[in-house]
Design a protein. Structure first.
Length: 620
């Protein structure tokens, strides 16, 4: 079950003639292939006019992934490896995009940057997200610092939460139960429960959304130990959004979120409590005012983070918060020039031995030109003004050219972009390893590729990327933060395809080759591939079979402090959905790791074996 998995991948891709049944799938094909993308320009543009291969995760895909975490869903996309996503729910995750590290990936929720400044990497903890509150996810790969600022060096994960319906009141409820077991211990005890409820609507000019979700996981040990004792993970999230449409051109929304999770883990002293509690609280406002061919937009939020841990070393508390304000003007000249002028404000605060903070004020400008003869150009510039580091300019140039064909198009694309990552508060001032003399990290990214579409039946794209890092931040033998002297180079190829060989059959596939030079490149596979076959058995029943291959990679054994090569592995997942009442009630059955593959994802940590989930979705 190792080397032969590429042959299974080839067989899945060649499965055009396996199924034949006509159902009403035309609208689905148009929706998936004629996408409108937003994240790479902040304008709604046809996919063919975008110079990036933006990944879109739709509400339908999220619905068919019920019971999975956001990290599991994103991990199936090209160019991204999320270490820990295949293990226990409480495992700490690391997002590696295009051979980069977590600090180089920016997460945005409803237009606002989110990150925890009290942690070492200042990454946003994906365990805080509830998939049931998400309407869609767009992922831009490559440098996007001109639009989104610091940390947007390898990817931007842009998340949009659910909005209110036009009815006075509507709602939804979803629930699922399942097993939570390793490959070696197939006991089939119930150890996974998730629930979500959402109420929303529009009353004249007022709209509202209220939702609550929780999930509970038991049955697995965090670490591989002889005892394999149970470590429990529980998660609760509440969201409220209230909006008012003052006129057809002016609207304001305010929102709040509270998320808590509790996580048991393993440490050197098994008799200690070994439990961590994390809490996030966010309040924000968003507003837009349209005028003529332009519009003004404001997104602002304050987020507080608190982590409380009790283990062998006693009790520790870390606290951090960040203020974010993004104000920008969009204007379209002559239907071809889409322009943005804006300013972004960030203030990160954390509590160490004393309160520390820094501020970033970034004015930025971006322009997209969409010609009537095939040329598209996306270009921008941003002035990063940091309270500790002064001014630094980043920019991007992203041309593309579309050749229309009789049944689609062929698009050539390329880009050159720079990005700039300033050290976070822990790296600068943290009690353990803080170094105020650190230099900011600088990145340069080059991309080139092509995309073609045929008859709403096939879309294929391939992109080559090359990224150079200077002043990358690591740590020395004493675990003090330092700038690594050697430069780091990461390059590779991403291939994506969406194919409708039959009206009822969908094939969605991607492959990524990544090579990183300059350090030990831990947890970054050179080869990674995913294939999903979706088939509409009848008008109310659908089935999907997915295959995920993760190639060999290295991980550090922190017992011996040596790098160990980990074997490749493959996972096969199955999903079956049936609509009991049209557009009202559907049920599903999902099987993950169907072949019960036993593998190592992160040295010393548990991975899940074959598991089953059963659930339902009710819409009112």
């Amino acid at each position: 079950m190792k080397k032969n998995h590429f042959w299974l991948l080839a067989a899945l891709l060649a499965g055009k003639g396996l199924l034949a049944q006509n159902t009403q799938q035309d609208s689905l094909k148009v929706q998936q292939l004629d996408e409108v993308v937003v994240s790479d320009s902040k304008f709604e543009l046809k996919r063919e006019n975008s110079g990036k291969t933006v990944i879109q995760i739709t509400a339908k895909e999220l619905e068919r992934s019920q019971g999975k975490t956001v990290a599991e869903i994103i991990n199936t996309k090209s160019g991204i490896e999320i270490a820990g996503s295949r293990g226990r729910d409480g495992d700490v995750l690391g997002v590696y995009a295009r051979g980069g590290r977590g600090r180089q990936v920016l997460v945005i929720i409803d237009g606002v940057r989110v990150s925890d400044p009290s942690t070492f990497s200042a990454e946003y903890d994906l365990r805080l997200l509830s998939p049931t509150n998400i309407a869609s996810i767009e992922i831009i790969k490559g440098a996007a610092s001109t639009l989104y600022g610091t940390n947007a060096a390898t990817a931007v994960i842009n998340i949009t939460t659910k909005r209110s319906s036009q009815k006075d009141i509507s709602g939804s409820f979803s629930t699922s139960i399942g097993t939570n077991q390793t490959a070696e211990d197939q006991n089939y005890d119930l150890g996974s429960i998730s629930n979500a409820v959402n109420v929303n609507g529009t009353l004249n000019k007022f709209n509202y959304v209220v939702d609550f979700s929780n999930r509970y996981k038991s049955g697995l040990s965090a670490a591989v130990t002889p005892e394999n004792e149970e470590d429990v993970f529980s998660h609760y999230s509440t969201n409220v959004r209230l909006g008012y449409q003052f006129s057809k051109d002016f609207e304001v929304s305010v929102y709040g979120n509270q998320t808590k999770f509790s996580n048991e883990y393993d440490a050197s002293n098994a008799d200690a409590p070994n439990i961590g509690r994390n809490e996030q609280e966010r309040v924000g406002v968003s507003s837009s005012l349209a005028y003529g061919k332009g519009s003004l937009h404001l997104n602002a939020a304050l987020t507080d983070y608190e982590t409380n841990s009790k283990d062998t070393f006693g009790e520790s508390v870390s606290e951090g918060s960040n203020w974010v304000l993004d104000f920008y003007n969009k204007y379209v000249f002559g239907e071809q020039w889409h322009t943005i002028l804006g300013v972004n404000y960030i203030k990160d605060e954390a509590v160490f031995s004393e309160d520390v903070d820094f501020t970033i004020v970034d004015p930025y400008a971006n322009v997209v030109y969409v010609s009537d003869f095939g040329l598209n150009l996306n270009a921008g510039v941003r002035l990063n003004n940091h309270s500790e580091y002064g001014n630094h300019v980043v920019y991007n140039v992203n041309p593309s050219y579309v050749f229309p064909t009789s049944n689609g198009y062929v698009k050539l694309l390329g880009s050159y972009a720079t990005s700039y990552i300033t050290p976070n508060l822990t790296q600068l001032f943290g009690a353990f390893g803080g170094n105020p003399d650190l230099e900011p990290e600088e990145n340069r990214t080059i991309e080139g590729g092509l995309e073609f579409k045929v008859n709403d039946r096939l879309r294929f794209s391939t992109v080559y990327f090359d990224r150079n890092e200077k002043n990358a931040i690591g740590y020395d033998v004493n675990f003090m933060s330092i700038n690594i002297a050697d430069e780091i180079d990461a390059n590779g190829v991403e291939v994506e395809a969406v194919w409708f060989p039959l009206d009822a059959l969908t094939v969605d596939a991607n492959y990524t080759f990544t090579e990183r030079k300059g350090d030990n490149a831990i947890r970054i596979p050179k080869h990674k591939a995913n294939v999903t076959l979706g088939y509409q058995l009848c008008e109310k029943t659908n089935v999907s079979l997915s295959y995920a291959y993760t190639g060999q990679r290295f991980d550090t054994d922190f017992v011996s402090f040596t790098d160990v090569e980990l074997d490749s592995f493959s996972l096969v997942n199955l999903y079956l959905g049936h609509e009991l009442i049209s557009n009202k009630l559907n049920v599903f059955l999902a099987a993950d790791n169907l072949l019960n593959e036993d593998y190592t994802e992160v040295i010393g940590f548990t991975t899940r074996g074959r598991n089953f989930r059963l659930g339902l979705n009710l819409n009112l």
